[in-house]
Design a protein around this ligand. Structure first.
Ligand code: MG
Length: 390
């Protein structure tokens, strides 16, 4: 039988609880309620019209941030279950991991950060996620936000990094200097598996990348591709591509399971407190999978994210976001009329940042065009329009 990490599973009875105490539910665990509250939130539904990688893709099959979120949740649950960890906690953390993302993916996040830095501030989608679940969601009469458990909120703010005491004063209650439970540590590497596989898939499906380019750019993929073709020589090329990509993703998932088991064994941690105090995160890839990710990421950066097509699209949307930000700064009454609920004690630039960050791509377009006129759409079409439907 496969060794598991049940001893490191977060014991829900040790949860530090909710900000506003609530009676236990008759048949749902606390982390189930957290998951359910996230699924029923406005911010979660908005993920459907937020960019994952390609802004306004031509294909109905490209990921958006909602379908990406489901892929993360599915992979993370598989890993958690194989390791004997709390699948429901992992599911809640996965479903919440991107709810703080602004429109237009990383281009949008960088632009909001750039705007905030003019005022000595910054924008970080993980911290914005915390503001959503603690302040902006209004569905419960007895408290603001979703009143999630401490562990889910901690997982959201420590999604991609840990922080030292005093580094982010607003996060001081979330155990700075400590690692989060392994359930939370898993989300970042799973996010990486999900987005790397998905972006390769979407770029290939949109004819943005050819199979030859992927083979030449990612040596491990080439090896798997040749084995797949030898096994299924008469399959269609796109099916061979998908089959090889699936195997690559499985290699990464297995690599994460094995790497985490090995790291836990090596560290000799015995319980969640040990995990918290251990100087490094224990959720990690074993050596082969670890070496794969930089190669794939490097390939995606050079061939997709830094491509002229992609960069032009990002620049145009970031510029439009900057224009809308400036418009609201100069016309605070328009902002107030559109967003009458925003807290009155907030400095204007923060209220504007929160408002824009909460927009979907479509809502951004409608708002921009309603206030500033047509948004120039001079994007070239994707290299070859994808066949549809298939
Ligand atoms: Mg993500």
């Amino acid at each position: 039988m496969m060794p598991t990490l049940e001893r490191l599973r977060f014991p829900e009875e040790n949860s530090l609880g909710r900000r506003y105490p609530e009676a236990a539910h008759p048949y749902r665990r606390s982390f189930q309620r957290d998951r359910d509250r996230l699924v029923h939130s406005h911010a979660f539904r908005r993920l459907e019209d937020k960019t994952q990688a390609f802004i306004r893709p031509d294909s109905d099959h490209s990921r958006n941030r909602l379908t990406h979120t489901f892929e993360v949740a599915q992979i993370a649950r598989t890993v958690a279950s194989a390791l004997g960890l709390d699948e429901i906690l992992v599911e809640a953390l996965s479903l919440g991991h991107d709810i703080g993302h602004p429109p237009f993916g990383h281009a949008g996040e960088e632009e909001l950060n750039r705007q905030m830095s003019r005022f000595g501030g910054r924008f970080d989608h993980n911290i914005h996620a915390l503001r959503i679940v603690e302040i902006f969601e209004r569905r419960y009469a007895r408290f603001p936000g979703l009143n999630l458990t401490f562990e889910v909120r901690e997982g959201l703010v420590k999604h991609s990094r840990d922080f030292a005491p005093g580094e982010f004063p607003e996060l001081d209650e979330f155990l700075p200097g400590q690692r989060p439970p392994i359930e939370a540590q898993l989300i970042d590497p799973v996010d990486e598996i999900a987005y790397i596989s998905a972006d390769l898939d979407d770029a290939y499906s949109a004819r943005f990348l050819s199979i030859e380019e992927v083979i030449n750019g990612v040596p491990e993929y080439a090896e798997i591709w040749h084995a797949t073709c030898a096994e299924f020589p008469s399959a269609r090329e796109d099916v061979q591509f998908a089959e090889a990509l699936r195997r690559l993703a499985e290699l990464l998932v297995s690599g994460l399971i094995d790497g985490t088991l090995a790291a836990a064994a090596e560290s000799a941690v015995q319980d969640v407190q040990d995990v918290r105090r251990f100087p490094r995160r224990l959720a990690r890839f074993e050596a082969r999978a670890e070496s794969l990710n930089p190669a794939q990421r490097g390939f995606l950066f050079s061939r997709v994210y830094r491509s002229e097509y992609f960069q032009r699209s990002c620049r145009r949307h970031a510029a439009a976001m900057g224009e809308l930000f400036q418009f609201f700064l100069e016309n605070p009454e328009r902002m107030r009329s559109l967003q009458p609920d925003s807290p009155h004690d907030e400095p204007p630039h923060l209220a504007i940042c929160d408002y824009i960050a909460g927009m979907t791509d479509g809502f951004f377009y409608r708002t921009y065009e309603g206030l500033l006129g047509p948004l120039e759409t001079n994007d070239p079409p994707m290299p070859i329009p994808p066949a549809y439907p298939v």
